[in-house]
Design a binder for this molecule. Sequence first.
Ligand code: SF4
Length: 279
Amino acid sequence: MKFLEAKESFLPNYTKKYTFINDKHWTVEFVYVDRPPEHIICISCMYGCPVWCGFCKSGTKFFGNLSFEDMRWILNYIAEDKKLFTTDQKIVFSFMWSWESLINYENVVQCINKITDTFPTASISLATSWVQIKNLPLLASKIANYPKIQLSFHSPFDEERKKLIPNTADLNVILDILSDYHSKHNAKITLNYIVLDGINDTVKHVKWIKRILEKYPFSFKINEYHDVGTWYAQSKHRDRFIAQLHKEGIFPKVYDTGWVDIWAACGQLSSEKMGDVLA
Ligand code: SF4
């Protein structure tokens, strides 16, 4: 594994996107964000992503999993570069910028345990979207520091959600497993939602989201959708959708990662260099 290049952004926080390359010439991107009082390290656990969500740049290529050694080497590189071994700021390790951690859960388990040994006060978050949700209890059985989980939710309707996230499991199965994880490990669960134009931005969606949130003790978050060159677009009615949620007593955190100028926001990470290097 070698460092290939880095890009920096100052909008809205100092952010550095690193690209690394392995001996097969596959590239992978990690992101560091200085958001006082936290350092945030966004970890990729795959070279590309095999889930192929139509709205996400990361899902346009897939070459394979990162090994634990790959992730350990990269995290050590970033920790030295950003002086994390001696910082007083809290550190958040986030397996959620892109890629599906629960597919590569064996290497992710080793990585979580190494992070916990090295940075005992760090917090860990993990995102998931689909069929390998059953690996969550397996992962939890092998770690001591239970990550907060964010589910790529995006629709309260199974048929519609499965069009956005191919091969994802049924929502009732996913939500029950998450609920069980929450009650056993007291870990926060958040349902992430991007409001897509003409897809998931209606009153009907609001009503069904409300039903789900009445049943499960989960938080709800709306993420900004960044144009990544797909046929999806952020809803023109996003503000109206949020107002309808408020009317129903739902007050989601509305989150924009920023860092769009260096393609470091949610859904933007990609192995763009891969083709160039192989050509
Ligand atoms: S949204 Fe997540 S799971 Fe879907 S393709 Fe992108 S990285 Fe993969």
